[in-house]
Design a protein. Structure first.
Length: 166
């Protein structure tokens, strides 16, 4: 059993603007530049109708990793994150899958965008799983905390992006 990830953010913009801010190519490139870490790159991007798929690479220096992770993994981490979004009723739903180089485990999450009046709510629910006997749970917890912090920082970026571009 893994460690849970839960995050919620609200934006004061229309659904189309928020979708573009969280999954548009231009916004993703800007977000990667600001938050992507070392060797960040948009590896692939496709948008067909109301479906968007992309893959990101992000780097994390070893010095920035929690001690629990540094104990079991020497060196920097390379994170590959695949994400997809598609229209569903009055909103969008999506999925996120993350693999980390050299770590036996994964992160999987479901995400959604829904409207309420003139606000859009983004919800992300997922799980971190690390398959290392005895230490996996401690690493999962540390990684879940880091992922939640990243989701908060991405939401802050999205809010600024919307203020500047919507």
């Amino acid at each position: 059993m893994g460690s849970r990830i839960e995050h919620r953010a609200e934006f004061s913009a229309g659904l189309a603007a928020v979708v573009a801010a969280v999954s548009g190519e231009k916004a993703l490139l800007a977000r990667l530049q600001e938050l992507g870490g070392d060797d960040a790159e948009l590896l692939s991007y496709t948008a067909e109708g109301d479906v968007v798929r992309f893959e990101l690479r992000q780097g994390i220096k070893a010095a920035k990793l929690p001690q629990a992770v540094r104990t079991l993994h020497k060196g920097d981490l390379i994170v590959r994150r695949g994400e997809n979004w598609r229209r569903s009723g009055d909103g969008y739903i999506g999925g996120i899958e993350v693999n980390v180089s050299g770590v036996p485990g994964e992160i999987a999450a479901r995400t959604s965008l829904s409207t309420s009046g003139e606000r859009v709510t983004q919800r992300t629910d997922g799980e971190v799983t690390v398959r290392i006997p005895l230490f996996g749970g401690k690493i999962e917890s540390a990684v879940a905390d880091q992922v939640t912090t990243l989701l908060r920082r991405e939401a802050e970026f999205t809010a600024r992006w919307l203020a500047e571009h919507a």
